[in-house]
Design a protein. Structure first.
Length: 316
């Protein structure tokens, strides 16, 4: 039985990570301020503390509870908010991380898993699927803070010996998803379909993303929690893309959800959003070399996600 502390564990992704660790027999402590997470996402069997990761109480908790592994999912993840209020973005994503990291250094945890973002740290990449070694050209304060978090972890590894892995997620979707994350369009489209309302696509719909199902993301987390990781001679040596390597356009995504719903609605187009990336997909060769592989196909994942959202809305 390992002791696992999950920040942001009441959120979409973090709560699934908590479920998986509990299923393995681990002891799980969740820290979440519920600004985006939901209390009902906290699984039975997990301890829960409602705290902001910037609070001294979180550092004290790490020292007192002494986890074997910290899975750091808590973050300010709204790209548009990071643009309008970059100081708030940095206070959560940098100050909050450092609060947890300093406590982790003091107790000498076995491993720290940090959630980064392959969707923003590379910017508009020239090579797709994009490998971990590609140029880092974030185009938002959110992308800057995610990349800075990796730099801090690399520093703590080199100077203090802290063992870590940085997971650069592509666009994660699945049950418990809300409309506010990077793949929030899946939830938004699903809710429009449930209301028998037109689906609105911004721009021409040809922009692409790499959508990865939550079950595959959970598997990646469990894998790097105990895998033998390569020596960290550079920042990218401990970074692992988590995606499918497959580009799906927004038009294709809408078509897939319409098929999953079995409903007939119109698709409308609106003016493109300024600053939106045009294309993104991740090369996951490095993580697959450790034994992980994405297993859930897009149609299967969209069907599971739509059905869950429909059940939550009490609509069949």
């Amino acid at each position: 039985m390992a002791r696992i502390l999950i920040t942001g564990g009441a959120g979409f992704i973090g709560s699934h990570i908590a479920d998986a660790h509990l299923a393995r027999g681990d002891q799980v402590l969740i820290v979440d301020d519920l600004s985006h997470g939901r209390a009902e996402n906290v699984p039975a069997g997990a301890e829960f503390m409602e705290l902001d990761i910037r609070d001294q109480a979180v550092a004290d908790l790490v020292v007192d509870w002494r986890p074997d592994l910290i899975s750091h999912h808590a973050a300010q993840m709204d790209v548009r908010l990071s643009v309008s209020d970059p100081r708030f973005d940095a206070s959560v994503n940098i100050d909050g991380l450092l609060n947890v990291l300093e406590a982790a250094r003091r107790v000498g945890i076995e491993r720290f898993i940090y959630v980064s973002s392959g969707g923003v740290v590379y910017g508009e990449p020239e090579v797709r699927p994009t490998p971990e070694t590609a140029a880092k050209l974030p185009e938002s304060p959110y992308g800057v803070t995610k990349l800075a978090g990796e730099q801090y972890l690399y520093y703590y590894h080199r100077v203090h010996g802290l063992d870590y892995a940085a997971l650069r997620y592509s666009n994660v979707y699945g049950p418990r998803q809300d409309p506010h994350g990077e793949a929030g369009v899946v939830a938004i489209f699903s809710n429009r379909l449930l209301a028998n309302s037109p689906v609105t696509i911004f721009g021409d719909g040809k922009q692409t993303r790499d959508y990865v199902y939550i079950g595959d993301v959970v598997a990646a987390n469990l894998h790097v929690a105990s895998a033998d990781l390569p020596a960290a001679r550079s920042l990218d040596d401990r970074a692992f893309n988590v995606g499918t390597g497959v580009e799906t356009s927004v038009n294709e995504l809408a078509e897939g959800l319409i098929r999953a719903s079995g409903r007939t609605v119109s698709v409308e187009y609106a003016e493109a959003r300024a600053g939106e990336l045009r294309h993104s997909s991740l090369d996951t060769t490095r993580l697959q070399s450790l034994g992980w592989t994405p297993a859930v196909k897009m149609d299967e994942g969209l069907t599971e996600t739509y059905r869950w959202i429909a059940r939550e809305a009490n609509i069949e």
